[in-house]
Design a protein around this ligand. Structure first.
Ligand code: SDX
Length: 430
């Protein structure tokens, strides 16, 4: 613990400082307004810590990402998304028995309540899948609310949400293509069951290639948590009012939907398709992305925290190569993505701004290789991120003196003036 001295209007104020376990330094301003009458102003909160957390560590300059202290690269050899989900939520790697118990809970909880299946019929076939997933996670609250106030049941609650979000996603997809819902198969593991429910037909079982199953486990692991990103912050904000876990995660889905956040993986594919169709060359696209008068951005590039290559993008790029080698095919969009990356990484505009590929730049190409349609990419991101949201919600929920999130503002509106009766009002001059 140390102190920072703030001098305002000639008066000195001592503010406490502290350092996190990886050397991140902070000035504690929780008493600033009380002491000085001032608040801080930090649009986008890029300089503001909203919590202390022990879940995920990112070093944006060095391109480091660790889950509960374990570098993500170490999950690549034997990717097991559910093992990582348990690690994030409960703070350590599970024993074999704990993992077996958690996996069994997921298997038992994969089906939806039959009444929920009919809800899907109420959505138009072209409903955005993220709208369906968010709505159906909220709907789950109606069927499992009895678990919300019993912390001893948290593993069961987390398992139900993680398992059922997969079934919800698969049913949303089947609804969108007018094909029959497929029940989860208790013999299949998490990722294989998702692909089974998405791609099987009653008369034709989809058989998962083990390498594809590994690739999907890895993709979900790489999306599983990312400290206080936009959607995780949404989950914490909603959870800070003591709203239940399901309602908080439904809010996370809505925040993730945005094209600047999880929606970027769809935007990346649309960008690559546009170039592939011959509309623009990679060189031309890069020029447009640099042109401030153009709304074009190099989607999948840039990051609020990473000012180096996003380690997840590196791993996803390698996974693309492995999957295409296994499938014995190439994807022209991967070649275009590589060309865009090559051009950007030697262009001063991107170098000066430290803009590198982020998690969304290659994830869509991998999803496409697995057979997942573009409109489901952000839903896949949500499935991957769910354990992180649950872990972050739990960390806040377990904090004894957690406060409801209620930031201040600087008011810039009208100063006081009187009400004007209709007959005295004049239309504003054009
Ligand atoms: C995710 O926060 C997380 O952790 C998110 C995430 C997670 O796992 O949860 O990592 C997942 O959301 C990844 C990001 C996905 N989004 C995109 O790929 C969309 C394209 N990228 C950007 O729009 C942008 O880079 C952001 C939103 C990701 C970050 O924006 P910042 O930190 O607010 O940076 P900025 O917009 O202030 O940009 C700084 C400069 C600006 O130029 P100048 O005003 O300095 O001249 O860089 C430029 C920007 O115009 N810039 C880009 C760019 N990204 C930033 N220019 C062209 N193409 C881009 N992609």
């Amino acid at each position: 613990m140390g102190t920072a001295t703030l001098i305002i209007d000639g008066k000195s104020y001592e503010l406490p400082t502290f350092v996190g376990s990886e050397g991140e330094r902070a000035i504690d301003i929780s008493k600033l307004r009380e002491k000085t009458g001032y608040i801080t102003y930090d649009p986008g909160l890029g300089n503001t810590g909203m919590c202390k957390s022990a879940i995920t560590y990112i070093d944006g300059d060095a391109g480091i990402l660790r889950y509960r202290g374990i570098p993500i690269e170490q999950f690549a050899e034997h990717p097991n998304f559910i093992e990582v989900a348990w690690l994030l939520i409960f703070g350590r790697l599970p024993t074999k028995d704990e993992l077996a118990r958690f996996s069994e809970r997921l298997t038992q909880n994969a089906p939806l309540h039959e009444a929920m299946r009919h809800h899907f019929e109420g959505f138009p076939v072209n409903a955005p899948p993220m709208a369906v997933v968010s709505a159906m996670i909220s709907t789950l609250s109606c069927f499992h609310y009895h678990l919300f106030n019993d912390d001893s049941q948290f593993e069961e609650l987390a398992a139900r949400l993680i398992s059922k979000v997969r079934t919800i996603a698969a049913y949303a997809y089947k609804r969108s293509i007018g094909r029959p819902y497929i029940y989860p198969d208790p013999r299949l593991r998490y990722c294989a069951n998702l692909l089974h429910m998405m791609f099987s037909m009653p008369y034709d079982q989809y058989i998962v290639d083990p390498d594809i199953e590994d690739a999907l486990n890895l993709v979900f692991i790489l999306h599983a948590d990312h400290e206080q990103n936009c959607s995780t912050t949404a989950v914490r904000v909603v959870g800070s009012s003591r709203a239940n876990l399901f309602a908080s995660c439904a809010a996370g889905v809505c925040a993730l939907w945005g094209p600047l956040h999880g929606g970027a993986n769809v935007e990346v594919m649309e960008m690559l398709e546009k170039i592939h169709q011959g509309g623009l060359t990679p060189e031309k696209y890069i020029e447009l992305a640099k042109d401030k008068s153009s709304p074009v951005r190099l989607m999948g590039f840039g990051h609020r925290v990473y000012k180096n290559y996003d380690p997840r993008a590196k791993m996803l790029k390698a996974a693309c190569d492995r999957v295409f080698a296994k499938l014995k095919r190439r994807d022209p969009l991967l070649d275009i993505a590589r060309k865009l990356e090559e051009l950007a990484l030697k262009d001063s505009y991107f170098i000066e701004r430290k803009l590198y590929p982020n998690v969304d730049f290659y994830s869509g190409i991998l999803f496409r290789a697995i057979g997942i349609p573009t409109e489901m990419f952000t839903v896949m991101f949500a499935i991957g991120r769910l354990p992180g949201w649950i872990a972050q919600w739990k960390e806040q929920h377990d904090e004894a003196n957690a406060k409801i999130v209620r930031p201040r503002q600087i008011y810039t509106g009208e100063t006081q003036h009187d009400y004007v009766p209709f007959e005295q009002r004049r239309a504003p001059s054009a």
